[in-house]
Design a protein around this ligand. Structure first.
Ligand SMILES: Cc1cc2nc3c(=O)[nH]c(=O)nc-3n(C[C@H](O)[C@H](O)[C@H](O)COP(=O)(O)OP(=O)(O)OC[C@H]3O[C@@H](n4cnc5c(N)ncnc54)[C@H](O)[C@@H]3O)c2cc1C
Length: 286
């Protein structure tokens, strides 16, 4: 049996923080630099990467440069649980191979976990290991979920954690594609930097109360499903939906669309985070 992740195009990049900028009250843009980032593939869209959040100095197991994903994960699993960096998924906000730079946009959760806490305390010179697509390994677009095919009508819905991906997707959209976009934000200022880039589409921002992260999208998606769902279903391959927010919420959004008759192949629904007590120590996570 092949090793897990054997077909991954990801390698481990050893980076350090070059700059931290506050985009809005809840968002930090962190620019990373690294000797090998000239090999970081700039696919854009909703490109997923993994960060290995340091709990202290990185274990020596990660000292080698450019480890393939199947190898760094094997070494990660072999570490005692207490020594494992926490693994978290992020989206590349910008990739500049010629300058050996990658930008990540971190939304800082109201109750910060290890990644949010790392971003808040990040300072120039701090080290961060990043597993991302290496142009040396493969041209395949590993970690990209956006797959609309021929669709000219699309629905996008997400909370703050999905804003970098939505920005990447919309910036690459064909001008004839029309998007309906529902954004959930606790603070409208956190959506303002994004909505500026989405002006040619139907964008609405849905404000969340203080206690219910991930739930403000239910109402607009329900209303949309009642009014436009059957029509979208009849469009077949001409329609595509991409949904990303808290995992239990995104399942409810997906079900709303399926009940209109939109087939599962025309909907990508992904939990971007879990709002539940994690009983494992912070060294866990995939
Ligand atoms: C493909 C993909 C791409 C992503 N891209 C981005 C991106 O570009 N930018 C971005 O900001 N995020 C992105 N995310 C989301 C990001 O991975 C999550 O928000 C991540 O969980 C944050 O890690 P954390 O360590 O800060 O918080 P976590 O530890 O993962 O916790 C997240 C939240 O869950 C709740 N929680 C967790 N543990 C407990 C507990 N014990 N008790 C109570 N509540 C708890 C809290 O609300 C907490 O704030 C992406 C996710 C995926 C899957």
């Amino acid at each position: 049996m092949p090793a897990p992740f054997h077909s991954s195009a990801n390698a481990l990049f050893d980076t350090e923080v070059r700059q931290v900028r506050r985009l809005s009250p809840g968002f930090l843009r962190i620019t990373l630099t690294g000797a090998h980032l000239n090999r970081f593939a700039a696919h854009g869209l909703d490109q997923r990467i993994k960060i290995l959040v340091p709990a202290g100095p990185y274990p020596a197991a990660f000292a080698d440069e450019q480890l393939h994903e199947s190898e760094w994960r094997r070494r990660w699993r072999d570490l005692p649980a207490a020594d494992r960096p926490a693994l978290r998924s992020y989206t590349t906000s910008a990739v500049r191979p010629d300058q050996r730079e990658v930008d990540l946009d971190f939304y800082v959760h109201a109750r910060p976990g290890p990644a949010s806490a790392w971003a808040v305390s990040a300072r120039a010179g701090q080290r961060l290991l990043v597993s991302g697509p290496s142009s040396r390994l493969s041209e395949n677009r590993h970690g990209i979920q956006w797959s609309p095919g021929v669709a000219t009508r699309v629905l996008l819905a997400g909370d703050e954690t999905a804003f970098p991906a939505i920005r990447g997707i919309v910036s690459a959209m064909h001008p004839l594609v029309r998007a309906t976009i529902f954004l959930e934000a606790g603070d409208p200022m956190d959506a303002a930097w994004l909505t500026r880039d989405l002006q040619s589409h139907a964008v609405t921002v849905h404000r969340r109360g203080s206690t219910d992260e991930g739930s403000a999208l239910l109402r607009p998606v329900e209303v949309w499903s009642r009014g436009a769902g059957a029509g979208a279903s009849a469009m077949g391959d001409d329609f595509y939906a991409w949904l990303a927010t808290e995992s239990s919420q995104v399942a409810q959004l997906r079900d709303l669309l399926h009940r209109t008759g939109i087939t599962p192949e025309r909907v990508h629904a992904q939990g971007y985070w879990n709002d539940r007590a994690r009983d494992a120590p912070t060294g866990s996570g995939t």
